[in-house]
Design a protein around this ligand. Sequence first.
Ligand SMILES: [Zn+2]
Ligand SMILES: [Zn+2]
Length: 134
Amino acid sequence: MIERATRYTKDVQDFLERVHHATNIEILEHMQKTYADVSVTTVHRITSRLVERGKLALAPAAKGNAMRFDINVEPHDHFLCSNCDMLRDTDIASEIRPLLEDSIGDGCEISGNLVVTGLCKKCNKELKNETNHH
Ligand SMILES: [Zn+2]
Ligand SMILES: [Zn+2]
């Protein structure tokens, strides 16, 4: 039993190394390709434990407010596609933060990580094509 749990945990970590961010449901769908009997409870237990051990961080939530995990545990900013929910690691240059604070005004100070939303390359292209066709 211990051996299987270890294998599952390794599989979750390998999957996240590849995709960088994923929800429990996305992890479950991936796991079930190899282990048909894996349940969402098992995945939930594995990801919770990895977060506790500092092996996974919490990324900005996915659509429907689903918890999303991040293999990159260092503080970083994100780009979020508002169409397909794709999340991409980015680091907004420290020179930009004072500019943002200036435009926000009133002495407000930015703290923590930033999430910039927009359209990813794929969605941008798809939406443009759609407009051309109609
Ligand atoms: Zn997109
Ligand atoms: Zn990230």
